[in-house]
Design a protein around this ligand. Structure first.
Ligand code: HEC
Ligand code: HEC
Length: 160
């Protein structure tokens, strides 16, 4: 009994010594450290640069075409500018002042879809469900900005 315990302790001790050895030996055997680069390109020690402020591509609502969707179930992109609207708050949601069921006709705006007026339990609601209240969690305005990372995305549209 005593013997096995000592044996186990020896194995554990050997294991932790091995681990300590791994941690203290840098990979590559002590060569110069690899330079660290971030996507934003700044020296990690330099103060962070404020992001460039870019103009939105869209103008006042009512002046542009809808942006084609690229896959089924995509939240449509916002074609108009949004930077002159107030922030969405508990008391105020300018998006709904045009897109909500009470105003969309007089504002000539596309109405939020029925999915937005359905509760989590499937009940039909008279206005947007709270899960859909923060529109820009899903709908994005458009900027003239180069993608940070190149990509080869092509949409998948339903077969006709
Ligand atoms: C003054 C009225 C008005 C306000 C406020 C407004 N919109 Fe719009 N929205 C429109 C109109 C009109 C269109 C149709 C395209 C156009 O003419 O710009 C539109 C189009 C859209 C579309 C595209 C729908 C589709 O089927 O392609 C989305 C998404 C959208 N708006 C989201 C928003 C969000 C989110 C907000 C709040 C940040 C907002 N809108 C505020 C009037 C408005
Ligand atoms: C959780 C994500 C989500 C949120 C939040 C959300 N939407 Fe949407 N929206 C979608 C998706 C996905 C679609 C397309 C599928 C559909 O119609 O349900 C859509 C469709 C739309 C459309 C096009 C309707 C049509 O008939 O083609 C409008 C307009 C719109 N949303 C406006 C809004 C506004 C305004 C808000 C905020 C009050 C909002 N959405 C919040 C995901 C979202």
């Amino acid at each position: 009994m005593k013997r096995t315990l000592m044996g186990t302790l020896a194995v554990v001790l050997a294991g932790s010594l091995g681990l300590a050895a791994c941690v203290s030996t840098p990979m590559g055997g002590g060569g110069p450290p690899m330079p660290v680069a971030s996507l934003r390109g700044s020296d990690t020690a330099a103060p962070d640069q404020a992001p460039v402020v870019r103009d939105q591509l869209g103008k006042k609502p009512g002046l542009q075409d809808k942006i084609a969707r690229t896959f089924v179930g995509q939240p449509p992109m916002i074609p108009h500018a949004t930077d002159n609207f107030d922030e969405v708050s508990l008391a105020d949601n300018q998006c709904l002042e045009c897109h909500g069921p009470a105003n969309y006709v007089k504002k000539s705006a596309p109405k939020i879809s029925d999915s937005h007026m359905t509760s989590a339990t499937g009940r039909k609601l008279a206005d947007a469900d709270m899960r859909r209240y923060a529109c820009q969690l899903c709908h994005a305005p458009q900027f003239d900005a180069k993608p940070l990372v190149d990509n080869a995305f092509v949409g998948v549209l339903p077969k006709k």
